[in-house]
Design a binder for this molecule. Structure first.
Ligand code: C5P
Length: 248
């Protein structure tokens, strides 16, 4: 059965292998997955993925957020698949074909997630970027549209904010995975930073989120392991408070 810690995805948002190793050692038993993003992948390369695998416990989420012509995405995802990561991301972007190429190249072992609308994006950004007013007025509509495209292309799920999860689960099914960044735990003394569409772990879990990306509230805590444990307890309380309805 999925435990509270399995919901936590910790992004290794650090510049060096040395720092990444410190967090991997500290948190391996307290998070379900380590997310490797562009910053660390550029500085450490694929060997950081091998290091996490060798460390045991947690799974790997390679978050390179691909966005390119379908052929380039296909070839890049083929290389990613060789790293045997659990999740990899591609922007939902403009065409379903790019998403379908990512899925085709990923094969059975890597679950492809479509990045819908970044949680750092606010309604005014959508307006400035030239999208229709209906999307600026309600970002969740754009998120849902992109999530539907990701599902049609064969993606395993999407990255979205905790605020949009229930609509995604209601419209696209409970099995369609929702990974939610922009999480700000009640137990930690943190600000939203650059995140705009934030939720607490409890809100995200209650809305049906499958995985919670929680970075700075853990990374920047005085004691990151204790912060992860406090967050685990916060998630645990939400899980026990949940009904046995469609959400779980
Ligand atoms: O919790 P915190 O705000 O520090 O999380 C930042 C992390 O969330 C970064 O690794 C960033 O790439 C990731 N993120 C994401 N998708 C979004 C927004 C943020 O994967 N839509």
């Amino acid at each position: 059965m999925k435990q509270a810690r399995d919901y936590i995805v910790f992004p290794l948002d650090v510049p060096t292998v040395t720092e990444a190793r410190r967090f991997i050692r500290l948190l391996s038993d307290h998070v379900g997955m380590f997310k490797v993003g562009l910053e660390l992948f550029i500085s450490a390369g694929p060997k950081i993925v091998h290091y996490i695998h060798a460390a045991g416990a947690a799974r790997v989420f390679l978050d390179l957020k691909l966005h390119d012509i379908p052929e380039t995405v296909f070839r890049s995802m083929e290389r990613i698949a060789q790293l045997k990561v659990s999740f990899a991301t591609v922007h939902c972007g403009e065409t379903q074909q790019m998403l379908a190429s990512a899925v085709a190249a990923a094969g059975k072992n890597v679950s492809v997630l479509g990045v819908t609308v970044l949680t750092s994006v606010a309604p005014e950004d959508i307006q400035t970027a030239g999208y229709r007013q209906e999307y600026a007025a309600d970002i969740s509509r754009l998120v849902l549209k992109r999530a539907a495209a990701a599902k049609a292309a064969g993606c395993a799920g999407v990255v979205c904010s905790g605020q949009e999860v229930s609509a995604i689960k209601e419209n696209l099914g409970r099995e369609f995975i929702a990974v939610t960044p922009g999480i700000r735990p009640l137990s930690e003394d943190t600000t939203a930073n650059d995140q705009k569409r934030v939720t607490t772990p409890a809100q995200a879990i209650e809305n049906g989120s499958d995985y919670l990306v929680i970075g700075r509230p853990i990374r920047d805590a005085l004691d990151p392991r204790q912060a992860a444990l406090r967050i685990q307890r916060e998630i645990g309380r939400s899980l026990t408070g949940l009904d046995t309805g469609w959400k779980r």
